[in-house]
Design a protein. Structure first.
Length: 68
């Protein structure tokens, strides 16, 4: 593949993994995760985020085990 001046530069590894999350949506996600430090641990929103992230972690862990 030849790189030309007018082609956008891709982040390292983008070709390996394919398209990612829209940068604006990713920024919102990270912003929400930052907000978790400002609310109580037992707040219903904090509990929902913890459950969602635990589910993501579990799925990634299972996929990695299957790839071995």
């Amino acid at each position: 593949m030849t790189v030309t001046e007018d082609s956008p530069e891709l982040a390292p590894g983008i070709e390996e993994f394919g398209p990612g999350i829209d940068p604006e949506r990713l920024a919102v996600c990270l912003s929400v995760l930052d907000e978790l430090d400002t609310i109580e641990v037992d707040h219903p929103d904090a509990i929902l985020v913890r459950r969602a992230t635990a589910g993501i972690y579990r799925t990634v862990k299972q996929r990695r085990r299957q790839e071995r």
